[in-house]
Design a protein around this ligand. Structure first.
Ligand code: HEC
Length: 443
């Protein structure tokens, strides 16, 4: 009863909150504001009992079989060898100095944590810390967490660590084991001020609210952000002189990064990281909910609005507009854009815009990921069906009205050229034979 009342008054308050706090509106559209924990330890998901098949698990198998060897550096440990073994570019490095980790005492503005990433693994490295931290993307389990001891050994061992879930499975990660990207002001030591932050940064978050607790290298015109600032004095100064530590192309005046993989915390890498972490969480939540719904009801009809929310995120419908040109410093943008896949006209979802939005063609590159392709069949089919309706203009719902006809067409063409195993009706080869996974009547 009480919960119901609370829900109703929250719903009534939503427009008011959304006006003052844009991210509230955005968070709302994910799950109508519901961020309850999914019971992932129970039988349907069985998170802890299920072995992972993600990139770290696969690397461990190769290490155990002697197919690959890692090299240990006395200063930086396994870092560089691991980046190479997991195909993660050092250019993806971002630097976070807020004390948020199991190794929080090691993190500070003078010793930030490096976070490196590719499409399926995130790596944390802190100078001198006893362990490296990993979160990998298992297509079925979602985020799986490991530590690796930073001591020389013939048999390096990644240890799956569920202590990490204390923070990495909460309302802030969509109620599933997942990834966290936040923005909080900190003091001189990197201790966060809990009142002043955004606890779930993604591509919808205005730049002005991002990067509290992070270093940022790159230029962004007149637009301000919270990066590179710590301690009261710095924030006061930034109020008087906006961007006093913005538009930095080097962090040299602020921190000694001699032992780091490179001296950057690239603004474009940060923006991709933020899009991606939320996307991974969304995919996992959708996967879990689909499994549970199929096991309980043998259909996925009740997941309609969740699937629509997912498509909106996939197609960057509520992306925050960029108000100035953004340019990074590490070469990450060129590296990332070169990864493709490209269509026969050279277009790809990894091509950047960086003037008015993040990507030129607003459809997430994670549509190529295993996490998308291995969604339970009824959900994958439903999403592809809706996507086809949206991209061919059959869908005229207001949710997707912001996607211009040109962009719809471009995305459709790129997908047809680059994504294998699309249903036959996408290519006009066969009528849409299968009954829709979610019949029209219940949409
Ligand atoms: C006290 C809370 C907390 C704990 C416990 C924690 N983390 Fe995190 N972690 C965070 C926060 C918050 C972030 C986002 C970056 C930031 O603001 O520092 C993060 C980010 C990360 C990232 C970057 C990508 C991602 O998945 O968000 C990795 C990798 C990571 N943590 C690994 C781990 C591992 C491995 C453990 C367990 C050994 C762990 N974390 C335990 C709070 C925590």
């Amino acid at each position: 009863m009480f919960a119901q009342c609370l829900c109703r008054s929250l719903r009534r308050l939503a427009p008011v909150l959304a006006a003052g706090f844009p991210w509230f509106a955005a968070a709302q559209s994910d799950f109508q504001g519901a961020t309850h924990m999914v019971p992932f330890e129970e039988d349907t998901i069985s998170y802890n009992k299920t072995p992972s098949t993600g990139p770290v698990a696969r690397l461990q198998t190769r290490l155990d079989r002697g197919e690959i060897k890692l090299t240990f550096d006395p200063k930086t440990g396994w870092r560089d060898s691991l980046l190479a073994a997991l195909s993660v570019s050092p250019k993806s490095q971002t630097l976070v100095f807020s004390k948020t980790s199991l190794q929080r005492e090691r993190i500070a503005p003078q010793t930030p944590r490096s976070v490196f990433f590719n499409d399926e693994v995130y790596i944390g490295w802190i100078p001198g810390a006893p362990v490296m931290e990993f979160s990998e993307v298992d297509p079925k389990l979602g985020g799986v967490f490991y530590t690796l001891e930073q001591t020389e050994s013939d048999k390096p061992k990644f240890v799956r660590n569920n202590q990490c879930l204390e923070c990495h499975a909460s309302a802030k990660t969509m109620g599933i084991p997942g990834h966290l990207i936040r923005s909080f002001k900190t003091d001189e030591q990197g201790i966060i001020d809990l009142i002043t932050g955004v606890s779930e940064v993604n591509h919808r978050t205005p730049l002005e609210d991002r990067w509290g607790g992070w270093y940022v290298t790159g230029t962004h015109g007149k637009v301000t952000h919270r990066g590179n600032l710590y301690g009261k004095t710095a924030f006061l100064k930034a109020e008087e002189k906006p961007n006093y530590l913005g538009n930095l192309t080097s962090l040299k005046p602020l921190v000694d990064l001699t032992d780091y993989a490179n001296p950057t915390s690239d603004i474009v890498a940060l923006m991709v990281l933020e899009h991606e972490a939320h996307m991974h969480n969304y995919l996992t939540r959708l996967h879990y909910e689909t499994q549970m719904s199929l096991s309980r009801y043998q259909h996925i009809r009740y997941l309609r609005s969740m699937a629509e929310g997912f498509l909106k995120y996939l197609l960057f419908m509520e992306e925050t507009p960029l108000k100035a040109k953004v340019k990074g410093t590490s070469g990450y943008a060129d590296y990332f854009a070169s990864l493709g896949p490209k269509d026969h006209r050279g277009r790809s979802f990894r091509q950047f815009d960086l003037e008015s939005r993040l990507f030129k063609y607003p459809c997430s590159f994670l549509i190529y990921s295993e996490a998308f392709d291995l969604l339970p069949k009824p959900m994958r089919e439903h999403l592809l069906q809706r996507l086809h309706e949206i991209l061919t203009g059959q869908d005229t719902s207001p949710e997707f009205a912001g996607l211009s006809a040109d962009r719809r067409k471009a995305i459709l063409e790129i997908l047809l050229d680059t994504k294998p195993n699309l249903p036959g009706y996408w290519r006009g080869e066969a009528p849409r034979a299968e009954a829709p996974a979610i019949p029209e009547t219940v949409r």
